[in-house]
Each structure stands twice: as structure tokens, then as C-alpha cells.
Design a protein around this ligand. Structure first.
Ligand code: CTP
Length: 414
């Protein structure tokens, strides 16, 4: 495909270098047209080197080729990222004061705008009207992602991740109407890793969860446009960029963090391996071995079932937004003589009351710490179990797109 990539003057312009790479690596021929302001963030040399084409933002360069006419006519797709408030306004009012806006007026193929700006600018009635105008004319305007913005502010207005813009652009050229990011504007809380229950100042009871699945889910949710909060128990992998991290150690700390985060979350995913029991007493000093004493005995008490409690709080809520929260559990199951994995998993789905249960079939230690996974997604709405397998990234993408589907198409809750 011949693609024109228009780059607006926003701090997110640097992310568009990755988008350009995705297009060129997929074999597309990309001409970059940065606005004058965009070149203050990323220089022309970067765009020329990455695209392999000369780059200009003036209609007065190479006048004999009438570039805006040629580029606009020839392009199979025009992508504008970041689409700033100014650029959306100029496009909506049909201005033609630089090469990019001229090219947009000459466009005959699909046009995708990926906006990025501060939340107030995105929500301003002027911008809303411009977006409606552009959509009304058939242009595709992505909902921006939510999360951390340029300064200390956060909210809707982040440029969607390059992979997400790439997917949306390809979907658009295939004539698909589902190019929007499935979790744009949604807040997703994900617990990951394994809790550690202290015995004394140096020892704990833990488990073998690496946190890889939870982190992969956080990446997939972020890429789908969500604002992501990662409740990180002990993890062997670092948390991803672009998500808010709350560190916890014990099941009780995770419970507190989960209940607090759930209060304003559209989705809660409990991917953490939560210890079902904790030592009844935590010794304030290191437990010593004494040759003359009997072997120590550790007594355990039950930890609260956080997933179940989240469901109870959601179901008891009065406001509609909270009641339509989607809650997702994970379960590691083994079959035995009395029942198969699915039968146990279905019983667990009913017991926990969550909307989706992602079931790992564990035989030996095939799941913990590994990069691959095979799961079945069970739904409370009674739809057919869905299988997903592959890398933890692939499984996470399947789980997140299923969540997007449930949020956008299934209204069985509340
Ligand atoms: N979970 C939780 N709180 C706990 C234990 C587990 O929120 N105290 C969550 C996990 O994060 C996971 C789901 O519950 O999403 C299933 O965990 P699992 O350990 O399989 O469930 P259990 O109820 O402990 O099942 P079993 O009876 O098989 O031990």
C-alpha cells in the first residue's frame, strides 16, 4: 500500500517513528508529511531515514511535481498521528495552509486520525464538534487512549500505542467498522504475580507465579486503549511502561488495593496467585532452631477470597456504572477421577460469581514462569467456552479482546 503518514506537532510525535517502522516492515511504502510544529519534536532527518523518502511540509518544495495532488490521489491510506487539536480543527474546516492539509483535501482513500492532546482539549466542545464533523464526512477518528499525559495529568488524550494504530489502520483499509480500540476510555485494574505471606522478618510462604501473564495482560489492555492499574505482588519481570503500578506483598494488602482500585474500574482482572492461607502469627524476630526444642509447627489461617469479595461489592453497589463492572478470574485446574477440568472450572465460575474465568489446565509445573500458555475462557453469560493458546502475549490479547467484546456487546450484567 501507499501510505501518507501525517505527523502533528505534539510530544507523542516520537511514538510515530515506531508506527512508521511497523508500516515499512509490513512492506508498505510510506511518505511522511510532518507539520512545521511536528519538526520541532522530531526532525526531518528521522522521517527521511526511516521512510526512505524525502520529507517536506511545504507545498513550495518540488512544485513541478504538484506534491499535494500526487500524494493525496495516490495514497491508499492517510494516517494522521498525533492528530493535535489544531490539526483536527484545520482538517474539519478544510484549511489548506501546509502540505499535509492540502493533501488531506485531495485524499480519495480512507483517512485515519489518531488524536493526542490534554483531556480538557479533547473534551472541549470545539474539538468535539470538529471530531463529529470529520466523522460525519467519513473520516475515522480513533478514541484516544487513557492514562498518563505529558505533564502530571492523566485521562483520555494519550496517543494510542503504535501497534494499536497500525491494527486500526489495517482494519480500516479492509473496510471493517471495528477499527476503534476496544478499551478506549476504560479503566482496567489487573493483579499480577504471587503474594508473599511473612512468617518472620526474613521468611515467607510464597508461590511460583512469575507475574508474566499479568504483565502481558497489562500490555494488551494498555495497547487496547485502557488506562491500566497493575497491582503487583511479587513478580520476576518488570512492570511495563505506561501503566500505574501499586506494589503489594501480602494477600491482605492486595485485598485492600484491589477494593480501592475497583471503586472506579470498568474491569478488574485477578491474575495474581493469591495465597489461600497465611501464617496465623508473624514472629517479630527470626525463628531460631533450637536443638533442645521440638520442631516448630506453623499454623495457618484462611485469607479472604478477594475475587469473590469484589463480586459481592459490585453486586451490592447502587450505581449503574459500578454494577456493570466486568470481573475476570483466573484458575489453575487439574482434572481427577471425580471430574474433568472444565467441570471443576465451571463450578468455580459459579462459586466465584465472576463474569469470565480464564482456566489454565495444569498438569505439572507447565504454567508457572513459562512464556507459553493454553487457556479456556468460560463466561457467566453461558456462551461457548473459548480456547486460546500461544505465547502469554497471544493469550493476553485473546483475553483482552474477549473483555472488549463483553463490554461492548454483551449486556447480561446488572
Ligand atoms: N483469588 C482471590 N483470592 C484468594 C484466592 C484466589 O482473589 N484468596 C483469585 C485468584 O486471583 C484467581 C481466582 O481467585 O483469579 C482463582 O484462584 P484459585 O486459587 O484457583 O481459586 P480457589 O478458590 O483457591 O480454588 P481452589 O478451591 O481450587 O483452591
Amino acid at each position: 500500500m501507499r501510505i501518507v503518514l501525517g505527523v502533528g506537532g505534539g510530544i507523542a510525535a516520537y511514538k510515530v517513528a515506531s508506527l512508521l517502522r511497523l508500516f515499512t516492515e509490513a512492506g508498505h511504502d510510506v511518505t511522511v508529511i510532518p507539520t512545521e510544529a511536528a519538526t520541532r519534536f522530531v526532525g526531518v532527518a528521522t522521517w527521511e531515514a526511516l521512510s526512505g523518502h524525502p520529507v517536506s511540509n511545504s507545498v513550495f518544495d518540488d512544485v513541478h511535481q504538484v506534491n499535494h495532488v500526487r500524494l493525496g490521489h495516490e495514497a491508499d491510506l492517510i494516517v494522521v498521528a498525533p492528530a493535535t487539536a489544531d490539526l483536527l480543527a484545520r482538517a474539519a474546516t478544510g484549511q489548506a495552509n501546509d502540505l499535509l492539509t492540502n493533501t488531506l483535501l485531495m485524499a480519495s482513500g480512507p483517512v485515519l486520525f489518531a488524536p493526542a492532546m490534554h483531556t480538557e482539549m479533547w473534551q472541549h466542545p470545539a474539538t468535539r464538534a470538529n471530531v463529529e464533523t470529520l466523522r460525519g464526512r467519513g473520516a475515522a477518528v480513533l478514541e484516544p487512549a487513557s492514562g498518563r499525559l505529558t505533564g502530571s495529568d492523566s485521562g483520555p488524550g494519550r496517543l494510542p500505542e503504535p501497534e494499536a494504530i497500525f491494527d486500526a489502520a489495517i482494519a480500516l483499509t479492509q473496510g471493517r467498522s471495528d477499527y476503534q480500540l476496544p478499551l478506549a476510555g476504560k479503566t482496567v485494574t489487573i493483579s499480577a504475580g504471587g503474594t508473599r505471606e511473612p512468617l518472620d522478618p526474613v521468611r515467607f510462604l510464597g508461590n511460583r507465579s512469575s507475574g508474566k501473564q499479568g504483565v502481558a495482560l497489562a500490555v494488551a489492555a494498555r495497547n487496547a486503549g485502557a488506562s491500566v492499574r497493575l497491582l503487583a505482588a511479587h513478580m520476576e519481570v518488570p512492570p511495563p511502561a505506561g501503566v500505574e503500578v501499586v506494589e503489594v506483598e501480602t494477600a491482605l494488602q492486595l485485598r485492600e488495593a484491589a477494593l480501592a482500585a475497583a471503586a472506579d474500574s470498568d474491569v478488574v482482572i485477578m491474575a495474581a496467585a493469591v495465597a489461600d492461607f497465611r501464617p496465623a502469627e508473624i514472629s517479630g524476630t527470626k525463628i531460631k532452631k533450637r536443638d533442645d526444642a521440638a520442631d516448630p509447627v506453623i499454623s495457618l489461617v484462611r485469607n479472604p477470597d478477594i475475587l469473590h469479595e469484589l463480586v459481592e461489592v459490585r453486586d451490592a453497589a447502587h450505581d449503574q456504572a459500578r454494577r456493570s463492572q466486568l470481573i475476570v478470574g483466573f484458575a489453575a485446574e487439574t482434572g481427577d477421577g471425580e471430574g474433568d477440568v472444565l467441570a471443576y472450572a465451571e463450578a468455580k465460575l459459579r462459586r466465584k460469581g465472576c463474569d469470565l474465568l480464564v482456566v489454565n489446565h495444569v498438569g505439572t509445573d507447565k504454567v508457572f514462569g513459562q512464556d507459553t500458555n493454553a487457556v479456556v475462557i468460560l463466561s457467566r453469560s453461558g456462551s461457548e467456552p473459548q480456547e486460546a493458546s500461544g505465547s502469554k502475549t497471544e493469550v493476553s490479547t485473546a483475553v483482552i479482546s474477549r473483555i472488549g467484546y463483553e463490554l461492548n456487546h454483551v449486556s447480561h450484567r446488572a
